[in-house]
Design a protein around this ligand. Structure first.
Ligand SMILES: CC(C)(COP(=O)(O)OP(=O)(O)OC[C@H]1O[C@@H](n2cnc3c(N)ncnc32)[C@H](O)[C@@H]1OP(=O)(O)O)[C@@H](O)C(=O)NCCC(=O)NCCS
Length: 216
């Protein structure tokens, strides 16, 4: 694989700070941060911030070497993460995964490109993670789960064995998903919810046991 001249983060939020710390032992410098929001504050005093695709075009012109990228956008924006992933690859950048040095990833787990498995998280035996999926700080994904593209398991959430989670679904902080449940595409599981049965695509559920929100 070609050596990277550095890496960039698309997204200037707190997730960029988390990823910089996570990647600090790679020996590759963070070269630039990008965000679409013109009013966003630069997250790092030592790294330049550029706005939008125009900002990217001017940076890229001056930096044509091979750079890696991470998409530093959390929350429920999995579809946006996947779209940015496709675009940045088309611009010649190389997707990087971010696996924290304290995370556990089983030897037979299959992680697609651009996954983030953050501090003390666990990805257990037989798990499959799609592209741009985040297993956030202290979250666990137990045996034989299958997670699609752009899924986000929030900090401290727990996913039981043999659970299926479809593309772009978001599981909030501290939620628990019981074994063998299926979470539909783009569904949102509220913080602290306990999910005991399947959740249809696009539905937001909250509470214990989790029920659909009245007016999400
Ligand atoms: C479920 C969620 C998506 C709903 O967001 P929202 O649509 O903006 O909802 P609101 O804040 O307007 O709250 C609407 C109602 O639902 C209740 N509610 C919101 N989240 C809830 C939750 N997790 N559990 C139980 N009730 C909840 C609110 O108290 C409010 O009740 P009320 O109408 O009786 O006052 C959000 O509250 C949530 O849990 N997000 C997860 C955040 C997270 O984990 N982020 C991780 C970042 S790394």
């Amino acid at each position: 694989m070609t050596a990277l001249a550095g890496w960039i983060a698309w997204g200037a939020s707190g997730h960029a700070k988390v990823l910089r710390e996570c990647l600090s032992d790679r020996g590759v410098p963070l070269a630039a941060v990008f965000d679409n929001e013109p009013s966003v504050a630069a997250p790092f005093p030592d790294v330049p911030l550029f706005i939008g695709r125009e900002g990217f075009a001017s940076w890229r012109q001056a930096h044509p070497s091979t750079y890696g990228f991470v998409v530093a956008i959390g929350g429920a924006r999995g579809q946006v993460r996947c779209e940015l992933h496709t675009w940045l690859e088309s611009e010649g950048l190389v997707s990087m995964s971010a696996i924290h040095r304290t995370a556990f990833v089983a030897s037979d787990a299959k992680l697609a490109a651009g996954c983030h498995v953050l501090a003390t998280a666990a990805v257990c035996v037989g798990v499959e993670l799609g592209r741009q999926t985040i297993i956030n700080t202290g979250a666990t994904v137990d045996h034989e789960c299958s997670l699609g593209d752009g899924v986000h398991i929030g900090p401290g959430a727990h996913v039981g064995g043999c659970v299926a989670i479809e593309d772009h679904a978001f599981v909030g902080i501290g939620a628990s998903i019981l074994p063998r449940v299926r979470i539909g595409r783009g569904a949102t599981i509220g913080a602290g919810a306990v999910v005991t049965m399947d959740v249809p695509a696009g539905t937001t559920v909250v509470g214990v046991p989790a029920r659909p929100m009245r007016n999400p």
